[in-house]
Design a binder for this molecule. Structure first.
Ligand code: C2E
Ligand code: CA
Ligand code: CA
Ligand code: CA
Length: 275
């Protein structure tokens, strides 16, 4: 780039512009989709290894888009997060997940993802309380999944919010465990009910002993802290066998089922649990 100021600036501008305007367009699309109620929830089973049955489902957002087909949450959640739309969108997901889960058998729970921005926004505890009251879902059947990135920023405030949520009787799970750089310190500061071991460790199980040793360390630690462990992204019977022998409590992944639309939950339970 040239050093006359103006030239150097222009050197990078076109690309940044394209990315920025793509995001702006998607943000406008998102607003319309929220207004029109275009989102759907899919549900993926959370499977207990020792009980050999499905104990709950994680709610995963889907956006069927008129032009772009099914837009992945990995694309639109970050934009919703950045623009603040995640608060509205997340409240919708919470209500919809609880509404559907209230129709399920009463030993089946639902897990809902709460983004960092949604967690620290005012009124989440109130929203949870109202949603449980309106849908009739018992608090014990709701689990909130948070990632450790919620601890970036105001740790004290985050802990206060998490405690107030747990005081309502809902469960709190630590999602994507092991992907951050100081995960262990968060286990000391808050009594999570469950640790979700990130897919990257599960995927590495086939590639030698170190991933296996890490999984064993996590389940040992979780046992000592009285937390449950769930391994994400389990695709093969071989991985399941390894996870079982390393003391993991639960799994989630294509081996059991891909995420399914809400209308298929009852059928999936009939097949998996024989209920
Ligand atoms: P996550 O919370 O870690 O969700 C698990 C992701 O792994 C899901 O991707 C799921 O479809 C995928 N998955 C499950 N089993 C397997 C497997 O065996 N193999 C492989 N390759 N993948 C598997 P999905 O549905 O695309 O969601 C991606 C991410 O988007 C989620 O990751 C979560 O961070 C975010 N997300 C989805 N729904 C919501 C929501 O309602 N609110 C918020 N805040 N975030 C959401
Ligand atoms: Ca999750
Ligand atoms: Ca995860
Ligand atoms: Ca255990």
């Amino acid at each position: 780039a040239k050093s006359d100021g103006k030239g150097a600036y222009h050197f990078f501008e076109p690309e940044l512009d394209a990315e920025a305007s793509r995001r702006r367009r998607m943000e406008i699309d998102l607003r319309h989709a929220i207004r029109d109620g275009d989102f759907e929830l899919y549900f993926q089973p959370l499977f207990s290894i020792s009980q050999n049955r499905v104990k709950g489902f994680e709610a995963l957002m889907r956006w069927p888009h008129k032009e772009h087909g099914m837009v992945s949450p990995t694309v639109f959640i970050p934009i919703a997060e950045e623009s603040g739309l995640i608060v509205q969108l997340g409240e919708w997901a919470l209500r919809e997940a609880c509404r559907q889960a209230a129709q399920w058998p009463d030993d089946i729970s639902v897990a809902v993802n709460i983004s960092p921005r949604q967690l620290v926004a005012d009124g989440l505890a109130t929203c949870v309380t109202q949603t449980l009251a309106q849908t009739g879902l018992p608090a014990a059947r709701l689990e909130l999944e948070i990632t450790e990135s919620v601890f970036i920023g105001n740790v004290e405030k985050t802990l206060k919010i998490l405690h107030s949520l747990q005081a309502l009787g809902v469960r709190v799970a630590l999602d994507d465990f092991g992907t951050g750089y100081s995960s262990l310190s968060y286990l000391r500061s808050f009594p999570f009910n469950k640790i979700k071991i990130d897919q990257s460790f599960v995927r590495a199980l086939g590639e030698g002993d170190s991933a296996r040793a890490i999984v064993r360390a996590i389940t040992t630690l979780a046992d000592a802290l009285d937390m449950e462990t769930l391994a994400e992204g389990v695709e093969t019977q071989e991985w399941l066998d390894t996870l079982r022998s390393e003391g993991c409590d639960m799994i989630q992944g294509y081996l059991i089922s891909r995420p399914v639309p809400g209308r298929d939950v009852a059928r999936l339970l009939a097949v998996q649990n024989g209920s």
